[in-house]
Write a new protein. Structure first.
Length: 395
C-alpha cells in the first residue's frame, strides 16, 4: 500500500498495534512502579467490596420497618466491629462505617431529632437509604481490569483496594531512534527530531535507544538499521523518506523487507512511511520538524491506543485558504483571548506566510516555533474568519 488517506492510516496503525505492540515479554513489578505500563493479564477481584453494608452519610442506623421513636443504644465508626442490631433500636453511625446486621437504612443527622431521653425521632423512610450494599462495588472473582490496558493512577487505586501489591506488565517496547542527513552529521544543522521523538517515547513510557545520525549513504543506512534490529523492537527514522537523490529509506525497506505505506494525504506530514524489515516495524518520518511532529501524533495511536485529544470550539481569527484539494491539512492553532489564531499569518505569534497567500504547509513544516501551538485543526476545506472550529488540544 502506498499513498493512503488519514482514515486508512488509522486502520493500519490499529492493525499493527494488534499484531506487533503486544508482542513482548512479561515482567512483574511493584504496583506503584506500574503506572504507565501495559497490564499483561486480566485482573479478577480476590475479594468482595464493600465487605459489609456501609453508611454513606453521618446519621443513625435503623430498620426501615421500625416505627419511631427508637432508643439510641450505641455508636458505630469505621473501625467498629460488625454488630448485630436488635429490632426497635437505633445506632449513631458515621460515613464509611459498617451497618449493623438487622439495620437497612441511615437517617441523616439533618433529618432526625434526638430527645432528651435519647430517643430518635424521624419521619418514615424507605429501605436502603444512604447505604452502600455489600458487593455493590466489586464482587469476588469479578473481572475488574482487562489485559492490555495502560495503568493509570485510577487503576492503581483499584488494585490497592483489592490488596494487590504486584502486577504483571509487558516489558517496555525498545525503540531505536535514528536521524539521517549529511547536514546533521556534519553539524551544519541541529538534530531537532531525535530529541523530540525520544521525548514522545518517554511520555508514552517506552524505552528508546539513540542510534545517532546516519549519512546519506545506502550501505551505511542498511548497516545501522540491520544491527539496531538485533536489539530493538522497532526503529523510528527521521529524514530520508522523500524522493530526492539521497533519500534511501524507502529503497532500504523495499529491498530488505516490506513497504506497508509511503505517504499520507495529510499536510504537514505527507512523507510518513511504515515498513517491515526482519519482521520488525520501521517508522520513517519527514525530516522537517512540524512534519515529524504530526507523524508522531499519528504514531501515538500505535503506542497508546486510540485515545482522542481534548477538543474545544473556538471562532477563527482569520480566513485560511487551502492550497490544494485532496489533502487533510493540519492548521496549527494558538488560543488567544478565545480565538483560534492560525500560526503562520501576520497577526499570529509566528509570521512566515505572506499576506493574502494560501496556507503554506511547506513553510510551516520547517519551523520549530510552530510546535509551540496549543493545538490543531484538521480540515480539508477552507476556513472563514469567525467560523466555529474544533481545536484538538495537545494537553
Amino acid at each position: 500500500m502506498r499513498f493512503v488517506k488519514v482514515e486508512q492510516l488509522d486502520r493500519i496503525l490499529n492493525d499493527l498495534r494488534k499484531d506487533f505492540f503486544f508482542r513482548r515479554e512479561i515482567e512483574s513489578v511493584e504496583l506503584i512502579e506500574s503506572v504507565g505500563r501495559i497490564l499483561a493479564e486480566d485482573i479478577y477481584s480476590p475479594i468482595t467490596l464493600p465487605k459489609y453494608n456501609i453508611a454513606t452519610m453521618d446519621g443513625y442506623a435503623v430498620n426501615s420497618s421500625d416505627v419511631p421513636p427508637l432508643k439510641i443504644v450505641g455508636e458505630i465508626f469505621p473501625d467498629t466491629s460488625l454488630l448485630k442490631a436488635e429490632r426497635g433500636l437505633a445506632y449513631y453511625i458515621t460515613t464509611g462505617s459498617p451497618l449493623p446486621e438487622g439495620s437497612d437504612t441511615v437517617i441523616k443527622i439533618e433529618d432526625a431529632t434526638v430527645s432528651e431521653e435519647g430517643f430518635l425521632i424521624y419521619e418514615k423512610v424507605t429501605a436502603g437509604k444512604y447505604v452502600l450494599l455489600r458487593g455493590s462495588d466489586i464482587r469476588e472473582n469479578e473481572l475488574v481490569i482487562e489485559a492490555g490496558r495502560r495503568i493509570t493512577p485510577q487503576e492503581v487505586a483499584m488494585l490497592s483496594a483489592l490488596n494487590i501489591e504486584k502486577v504483571k506488565v509487558l516489558k517496555k517496547y525498545k525503540v531505536g531512534v535514528l536521524a539521517t542527513g549529511n547536514e546533521i552529521k556534519k553539524g551544519i544543522i541541529r538534530d531537532v527530531n531525535s530529541p523530540m521523538i525520544m521525548s514522545f517515547l518517554k511520555q508514552w513510557n517506552e524505552d528508546y535507544q539513540y542510534l545517532g545520525c546516519c549519512s546519506d549513504d545506502y550501505d551505511e543506512l542498511k548497516d545501522r538499521v540491520t544491527k539496531a534490529l538485533e536489539f530493538c523492537d522497532a526503529i523510528i527514522i527521521s529524514g530520508g523518506v522523500s524522493v530526492g537523490k539521497k533519500d534511501y529509506v524507502i529503497k532500504l525497506i523495499e529491498n530488505e523487507g516490506e513497504l506497508i505505506l509511503h505517504k499520507v494525504k495529510m499536510r504537514p506530514g505527507k512523507p510518513m512511511t511504515i515498513g517491515l524489515v526482519k519482521n520488525k516495524l520501521i517508522f520513517a518520518l519527514p525530516g522537517k520538524p512540524a512534519g515529524a511532529f504530526i507523524s508522531l501524533l499519528n504514531l501515538r495511536k500505535f503506542f497508546i491506543g486510540d485515545i482522542p485529544f481534548p477538543i474545544i470550539k473556538l471562532p477563527m481569527k482569520k480566513d485560511v485558504k487551502l492550497p490544494t484539494s485532496g489533502f487533510e491539512y493540519i492548521i496549527f492553532i494558538k488560543n488567544i483571548e478565545g480565538y483560534a489564531y492560525p500560526l503562520g499569518y501576520k497577526d499570529s505569534p509566528i509570521n512566515i506566510i505572506p499576506e493574502n497567500s494560501n496556507y503554506q504547509p511547506s513553510l510551516i513544516s520547517n519551523t520549530v516555533k510552530t510546535l509551540l501551538a496549543d493545538g490543531f485543526i484538521l480540515t480539508s476545506e477552507d476556513l472563514k474568519k469567525d467560523q466555529i472550529v474544533e481545536v484538538h488540544l495537545f494537553y
